[in-house]
Design a protein around this ligand. Sequence first.
Ligand code: SAM
Length: 329
Amino acid sequence: MPLTDKFGRSIHDLRISITDRCNYRCVYCRTGTNGAAYAELPFADYLRMARVLVGLGVTKIRLTGGEPLLRKGIIEFVRDLAALRTVAGGKPEIALTTNGHLLAEIVQPLKDAGLDRVTVSMDAVDPERFARITRVANGFESVLAGVRAAHRVGLDPVKVNCVLLRGFNEDQVIPFGMFAREEGVVVRFIEFMPLEEDRVWTPAVVVTLDEIVARMSEYRPLVEIERGRSETARRYRFDDGVGEIGIIAPVSHPFCGHCSRIRITSDGKLRTCLFSVWDHDLHELMRRGASDAEMAEFIVGVVDKKEERHHIGEVGFVPASRTMVHIGG
Ligand code: SAM
C-alpha cells in the first residue's frame, strides 16, 4: 500500500537536505550574516531513513540543502541511494538541487554513481547581477560551467531555477528565455515564497506566473505543454519548438492538491510541507533504537498529519518554523 495522506495524495517524492550550510548568501534567502543552524547527520543515517521511505512507496529522492555539494562523501551516498529498490523493484530516481558553484568537477562522478537529474539555481544570466544576488564575487562563470558540464554528461533535461524579485531581477525574464534556447536547458521561474531569513516577503515583490508569461511572450509566443499530475511547474515551449520554460507558481496558482512530497531536514526531522509550523523527529526515534518497522509506523503517522495546503498571503498566515535554507528547497 503506497504512502497516502488523508487527502488521498500519494507521497512518493522525498527531499533530503544533507546540510544547511551554503557557500552563497542569496539576498532573497539568507541574511548574509547567519550561518548554519542545524546539525548534519552521517550519510548512513539519511540512507536508513531513505530506505524505510522507499520501502513505503517513495520513488524519487532529491538531495538538497543548504548547498549539498559542500558535503564530502556525496558521491558514495548517491551510489548507496541508487542501490535501493522501490516497491516496484526499480531504482529510485535520484536528483540534485545545487547552486552549481562546485558542480562542473563532480558532475560526471555523480552521474556514474547513479544521479539521474540535476537542477541548478541561477537568478540572473548577467555576471554582475548574479554577484549582487548571491553576494559572492565571480560565481557566474563557475555556475555556467556547472550547467554546461551537466548537459555535456547527459543529465538531461538540465533544469535551471530562477527566483524573480520585483525591482531586482525581473528584467531577466527574456534573457533567460534566450538562455534556455541557446544552452538547451529548461529554465524554470519560481515565485518568491515567504521562506526567507530576513522576513522581507510581501505579495508586491512576487513576479507572478501571468506576468512572466506576458513578458516572455513579448520575446516569442509560448505554447503550454502537458505536465505530469504531481509536477509543480507549468510547462511551455516557444512557438518554433526550440526551448522550454517552466513556471512554478505556489503563490498565484497553488498546487498543494497534487503535492507528493515529504522532506528530511539535515538534522533528521520529517517535514510534510515547506510551510509546516512543526517537524517530526525521525532521527531521535532512530537514535533511541527504533526498528525499521517502528520507523515506518512513525512515518505513516506523520504523513497522516500532512497539511492540506499552505496559507501564503492569507490573513493570519503563520510563518514556517524554518526558513528555506534550513529546510531544504
Ligand atoms: N543550494 C541549493 C540551490 O541553490 O539550489 C539548494 C538549496 S536552495 C534553498 C533551493 C532552491 O530554493 C533554490 O532554487 C532557491 O532559489 C530556492 N529558494 C530559496 N528561497 C526561496 C524563496 N523564499 N522562495 C522561492 N524559492 C526559494
